[in-house]
Design a protein around this ligand. Structure first.
Ligand code: UDP
Length: 235
């Protein structure tokens, strides 16, 4: 295996599936099935999940809400998604722990790094909820932060397209997929891989980001085995 410990970043929007909002039971089931394949291989899996299918801080602020309050709502949305994913993973027989960056002890454990690492060593899937716990950040940045804290070898960013293209593949038929990219190119060209804080954090701490299509069956397994799928962003 190329990677033994990974951090998987899922956007909230991915959970919405075709319906475009809320949580799709079908999508959760697909994700759990893919995660199960990795778990039986012995891969240690941490997951950071977004909240964009329910609430985004910026969207609330644009409509006049206080930004911090709106971000608090966004972080709560990630907890809702995390619990939904935990439920789905456990129905697939995968021991899962949700660790929240904002205390919510009746429903999940608080985030404690050493505890997270211990769960991973015991092959439990760990879901990091509530982002970084701070407003003005995103779950992409939370993914980069937690990946560093737990010594993950790679951040696997799940998308609907199979990597980074030179132009939008949904709009242009002649768009070409890029296999390898440098962090600096992503920053200079303003490529929409992850936000710039997440990219800088990953660049400074030398943790690669693999952008790949999670919704093609078996892709995540192939990625962990080192097959050339998606786009890898490195230093
Ligand atoms: N958020 C935050 N701090 C964090 C992570 C997230 O305030 O550390 C809030 C922010 O309002 C964000 C929302 O939670 O818009 C949902 O996260 P994100 O937009 O990253 O979700 P995704 O785009 O991955 O669905």
């Amino acid at each position: 295996m190329k990677y033994n410990r990974i951090l998987l970043k899922l956007s909230g929007e991915a959970l919405a599936g075709e319906q475009g909002h809320g949580i799709s039971a079908e999508v959760l089931d697909t994700i759990a099935g893919e995660v199960k394949e990795l778990q039986v291989m012995g891969v240690e899996i941490a997951i950071v999940i977004g909240g964009g299918n329910i609430h985004r801080g910026v969207a609330g602020a644009t409509k006049g809400m206080d930004r911090t309050t709106s971000d608090h709502m966004g972080m709560l949305a990630t907890i809702i998604n995390s619990l939904a994913l935990q439920d789905s993973l456990e129905r697939h027989g995968i021991d899962t722990r949700v660790l929240t960056a904002i205390d919510m002890q009746e429903i999940a454990e608080p985030y404690i790094r050493r505890r997270a690492v211990r769960h991973l060593e015991k092959k439990r899937v760990v879901i990091f909820a509530a982002g970084t716990g701070n407003p003005y950040f995103t779950t992409d940045t939370a993914a980069a932060l937690r990946a560093n804290e737990i010594d993950a070898q790679v951040i696997m960013k799940a998308t609907k397209v199979d990597g980074i293209y030179n132009k939008d593949p949904m709009k242009f038929k002649d768009a070409v997929k890029i296999d390898k990219l440098k962090f600096m190119d992503v920053l200079n060209q303003g490529l929409a891989v992850m936000d710039s804080t997440a990219i800088s954090l990953s660049m400074d701490n030398e943790i690669d980001i693999l952008v790949f299509n999670m919704f093609e069956k078996g892709n995540i397994k192939r990625a962990v085995l080192g097959d050339n799928i998606g786009t890898i962003v490195t230093n």
